[in-house]
Design a protein around this ligand. Sequence first.
Ligand code: X8Z
Ligand code: ZN
Length: 610
Amino acid sequence: MTLKLMTGAAIAALMLAGCNANATNPADTGVAATYDKTVDGARAYIEDAEAQLAETSEYVGRVYWNQATNITFDTSWLAAKAGAEYTTLAVDLANGTKQFEGVDLPDDLARKFQILRSGIVLPAPSKDGAAEELSNITTGLDSTYATGTFNYKGEDLTLDQLSTIIETSRDPAELKAVWEGWRTVSPPMRDDYGRMVEIANEGANELGFENLADMWLSNYDMPPEDMRVEVDRLWTQVEPLYEDLHCYVRSELNAEYGDEVQPANGPIRADLLGNMWSQGWSAIYPLVAPPAADPGYDVTERLVAEGYDPLQMVKTGEQFFSSLGFEPLPETFWERSQITRPRDREVVCHASAWDLDNADDIRIKMCTEVNSEDFQTVHHELGHNYYQRAYKEQDFLHKNGANDGFHEAIGDFIALSITPEYLKAIGLIDEVPPAEADLGLLMNTALDKIAFLPFAVTVDSWRWDVLDGTTPVERYNDAWWETRTKYQGIVPPGARPSDAFDPGAKYHIPGNTPYLRYFLSYVMQFQFHKAACEQAGWEGPLHRCSIYDNAEVGANFRAMMELGASKPWPDALEAFTGTRQMDGSAITEYFAPLTAYLKEQNQGQTCGWE
Ligand code: X8Z
Ligand code: ZN
């Protein structure tokens, strides 16, 4: 990732992260002081700022890559140091914009000033040592998460191994033990996290924001309060569909496990949903599959049967993009990416995509396994890389997504075209299933995409309350579960210990990756899909549409991607979809046949969980 992009954690922390090292007041530094207080002066200032950020981001990016692919005392030490330097620079440059207050800037410059000022994920205040302390904390949180294990039945298990148990076990006692076990990794993070919030809020204040939540919400081309309203509006659009799914899944789990484990009413027990964080439920598809709607294949089984290895999965993803007219990935992508977990060292396994030189040195970092979930993730990560390459001709501050939700949506939008027809075209299945199988296909997708929506809302609702001071450290865990229950309708499998820090057991919390982006992505990827299918002249149901091999749609999409962050995001959205609003109605349309089925199945049930 480029530093500002933060698709990865560390980098994420960097780009938006902030630190600020020295006590220099930016307005007094040589850099800031030599500019005329005019439009020309402001332009020169921005040009210099972009040059410095470009240079430093490449150096810091390489240090971060080194640490994320080989966590040792020394690589972490270097990452913390480089992170502090980057934050210091970013904060100095952001503070330096204050010298142009009162200058009537043209739109393009005002936009860059705004990006410079609000685009730091964790800003440090300028006082001595603050950037270093902040960077030490974030590097430590990151490593603690990445190297966490839980000893189960005498063996130290990593997150991937524990996740496999959550996905496949149907033994409630085992599920509970493993679910609780992974959450023993995070309590040591809690106080550091609290201190980090304190420092970053001071940094946000110095930059003129009331608090860090407002600063994060200032990156959407509208005032932060309007963005909160926008998120509520979108959530309200999709909430009924989630409630239907919740109700149906709860009743199937009740049938499977009985009243003692999963009551027929109220919230769902979080460890029964087939995912460590209950954020995507497709692993329990076999438990909830509608009868007589069997698609007749399982992507994981098919990948294994056809002898796919992780490299071939990535090549297959590349081939999809090539079919849309994208240039093949550069040779260096294959030489430098980390595609599988190395055996001999600690790494950050959470998938990410990087742009090391703000141009061509793009890579992914994954611990790919041969299964359907990672097949999706490969497309997700490649989406980031193709976006980075598409906007590489933009100025440094515009080398980013139109908003961060766009960045997350590119690859997922492509993956929505992994339909039966597509799988047949690439030889992964022999037969396209009949129309009766649509319900099964849609159920599977809904378990992924619809179940995820309230989770995404939860993560940053919790975090905004933490960042704006509403939730103090002592209430972190209780507030987390209040939010989880409110939006997702789930509860932990047993009472949580008073010192628990369950949010810290989800990568993006210690990794400081803002999470609203994924909610927006899950909304917009369906808008992109719908628009693309219309452009392709598709007339069937949306979930059967694939844009594979459609170079014309590819060219249209690329045109939007090439804009990067050079225009307000509604312009980019309009360029591809013709609309300027994010809108959940494409999701509703996509899942309409499933909704009808869920409503019918839920008849006589008391849905909801209050
Ligand atoms: O973190 C990711 C990507 C990297 S940006 C693998 N995702 C979120 C998550 O895993 O929680 C993709 C979907 C949601
Ligand atoms: Zn991503």
